[in-house]
Design a protein around this ligand. Structure first.
Ligand SMILES: [Zn+2]
Length: 235
């Protein structure tokens, strides 16, 4: 968030529920991750090995791997087909590692299949970056100069962020569905306990995207309320 009008109590009122939801989700994600990071997977494979195995299974032989710093920073980059795995995921043979490595392979498979929702989401990125950066500037200028249409144009540009957050959720849910199918069909999920763990880690991760939708919608509603509040004062 670039613009935090913290002097406005309404902003806090709008954002508080979303912030609380994000905190709760973060705690839940951390808790499920740490729980299943302590459980070894039955195949004894690290996240890197799982990713390698699944890449071969889907026939993606040009997939490149790289280590990324931090925790839960794992991602797949469709621009160069690079799978970034954090140290914990890459190097430890746990149920959590298996789940997250497989989720990222799910994204790789979406890329390979030209999965349409993922294509749309990727294509939206430049417009979203521009929209969310200039949106609040327009809103601020509109409010300062008392030009209602300019403020609404800003709200419109800023809505790209919320649309993007909404477009992300189905892509993420689909990657997790693919993850479970890939693990299942590769025989990497051996016990019922593993199945439960993989599901829990992936469901927790999906909630992060739900919280992101709530946050961006509340921001949008706040800006819309500012622009809406100008009505009648327009010259
Ligand atoms: Zn994902």
């Amino acid at each position: 968030m670039f613009f935090m009008p913290v002097f406005d109590i309404n902003y806090l009122l709008f954002m508080l529920p979303a912030v609380l939801l994000s905190l709760l989700v973060q705690m839940y994600v951390k808790a499920s991750y740490s729980r299943w990071s302590r459980v070894q997977n039955r195949s004894g494979m690290t996240g890197a090995q799982v990713a390698q195995r699944l890449a071969e299974k889907i026939g993606m032989y040009d997939l490149k791997f790289k280590g990324v710093p931090g925790q839960l920073t794992d991602h797949y980059d469709p621009r160069n087909r690079v799978l970034g795995l954090s140290q914990d995921i890459a190097q430890r043979p746990t149920v959590a590692s298996m789940a997250i490595a497989a989720h990222e392979l799910g994204h790789a498979q979406q890329d390979q299949d030209n999965y349409f929702p993922m294509r749309i989401r990727t294509a939206m990125v430049p417009a979203v970056n521009i929209g969310t950066s200039i949106g609040w500037i327009f809103i601020l200028m509109g409010l300062l100069l008392q030009i209602g249409n300019l403020a609404w144009l800003g709200v419109f540009a800023f809505s790209a962020g919320a649309i993007f957050a909404i477009a992300t959720l189905p892509v993420e849910l689909n990657a997790s569905k693919r993850a479970r199918q890939l693990l299942q069909s590769s025989g990497l999920i051996i016990s019922a306990q593993e199945q439960k763990g993989v599901k829990q880690v992936l469901n927790a991760a999906a909630l992060t995207y739900v919280a992101a939708i709530a946050t961006s919608l509340m921001q949008l509603f706040y800006f819309a309320s500012l622009a809406g509040g100008m009505r009648g004062r327009r010259r």
